[in-house]
Design a protein around this ligand. Structure first.
Ligand code: SAH
Length: 390
């Protein structure tokens, strides 16, 4: 078999079961593996460490499939998919709108699988995942029996692996243009083939539920609203009014259809850049009782953290200024490069500069369908704080 032999001492992270091999850790390569091939990872002393997928164009030159010698084949993928589905069946409250496979944390690096009722969407963003497309689709057909399997491999991550983005039909009936999905009794029109991520932000499910629980009688500002997951839930929870800030007109159009689908109408459209819109609202002296701040990934890499930190601080400072006394701020960061503690410090700095006293009363995160393998902290990309201003 093809082998990656590591430099002396570079086996440590693998011994702790961290599933990535960085290119700088490789001493030499035995055989002639090509992109996506299964390779054995071996220490400088010749000890077996893992079987992994080879990705020559990426900084992460191999991603671990397993920690013991074994064949990587169709049976492997079926077994891992079944294990991932079993975790959800045990821990996620009854819903058919959820993430079934969460990449590295489910022992399937580069593989994301989301379920929207009878449609399953796969995102294959590593060379190994790309190689095993057919076996992954087979495993999903056996384990999840969907009507349709669609591939949405157009994440930025693709470029780092030297893979082409694609949105394509894989199995079963072709997708219809838009799909109505359901979560806790609310309906959402979702563009699986063309929307952001795989169409919907499944990771915010628990936080949408909490917004619904706490929105009664509150005037709401939903920033970076996309198709309105938070606005819909705020209004379903008895909010008096919701203003949605979002730069994408098609997303706001869909948000409006989602409100209508759920019989909701106490809403204002604030189309445009959130940084400018928040300043305008501040200058107009507007005030709200509940603000959701759910920006896109400001820090896609470690190098962009300082700049991202300033952007997070800016929007949170404005949010604190826009809250009435007793107001609630649901604030999030989905930047993997910014950890919980740093995010808390940024939010604390924002409150300080806004001149408000605030507590955070809860940590927020993705739900149980986005589990984080203990040895893979990078899996916890979404973090948030629920703050209350005095
Ligand atoms: N809260 C949403 C998900 C937000 S994703 C939900 O729960 O579904 C981030 C959103 O921010 C995207 O819809 C993107 O179009 C929007 N966005 C990105 N940059 C923006 C900006 N500068 N101003 C306003 N919206 C922006």
């Amino acid at each position: 078999m093809n082998k990656l032999i590591l430099k002396a001492g570079r086996e440590k992270s693998l011994r702790r079961r961290h599933p990535w091999v960085f290119s700088g850790a490789v001493h030499r390569i035995e055989g002639k593996p090509v992109m996506g091939d299964t390779v054995e990872v071996v220490s400088a002393q010749g000890d077996f460490l893992a079987v992994a997928a080879y990705s020559p164009q990426s900084q992460i030159v191999a991603r671990v499939w397993d920690w013991k010698p074994r064949a990587i084949d169709a049976a492997f993928f079926e077994e891992r998919i079944a294990r991932a589905c079993a975790l959800r069946a045990a821990l996620v409250p009854a819903t058919d709108t959820l993430r079934l496979v969460h990449g590295e944390s489910d022992g399937l690096p580069g593989i994301i699988v989301d379920r929207y009722g009878d449609v399953v969407v796969v995102q294959l963003t590593s060379a190994g995942a790309d190689r095993w497309r057919g076996a992954i689709a087979d495993g999903l057909e056996t384990v999840a029996a969907p009507r349709t399997i669609h591939e949405r491999s157009d994440a930025e991550a693709m470029a780092y692996e030297g893979l082409e983005p694609r949105s394509q039909h894989l199995r079963g009936e072709p997708l219809t243009a838009v799909k109505i999905i359901y979560e806790r009794g609310a309906a959402y029109e979702t563009d699986i083939a063309g929307g952001q991520k795989t169409g919907f932000y499944l990771d915010q499910r628990d936080n949408r539920a909490l917004v619904r629980e706490l929105a009664e009688g509150r005037e709401v500002l939903d920033c970076f609203a996309y198709t309105g997951g938070f606005s819909v839930n705020a209004l379903l929870g008895g909010a008096t009014h919701a203003t949605a800030v979002e730069s994408s007109a098609p997303a706001l159009d869909r948000l409006e259809r989602n409100l209508a689908l759920n019989g909701l109408n106490a809403y204002a459209r604030a189309e445009g850049d959130a940084f400018q819109t928040l300043r305008r609202l501040r200058d107009e002296g507007r005030q709200f009782d509940l603000i959701v701040m759910d920006p896109p990934k400001f820090a896609p890499t470690a190098a962009s953290v300082p700049r991202a930190a300033r952007a997070y601080k800016d929007v949170n400072l404005l949010a604190f200024k826009l809250l009435r006394p007793g107001g609630l701020l649901f604030t999030f960061s989905c930047s993997g490069a910014i950890d919980r503690l740093l995010f808390q410090k940024i939010v604390a700095g924002a409150a300080l500069d806004a001149g408000v006293t605030a507590h955070f009363v809860r940590h927020l995160s993705a739900g149980a369908d986005h589990p984080v393998a203990l040895e893979f902290p990078e899996g916890e990309y979404l973090k948030g704080l629920l703050c209350r201003v005095a």
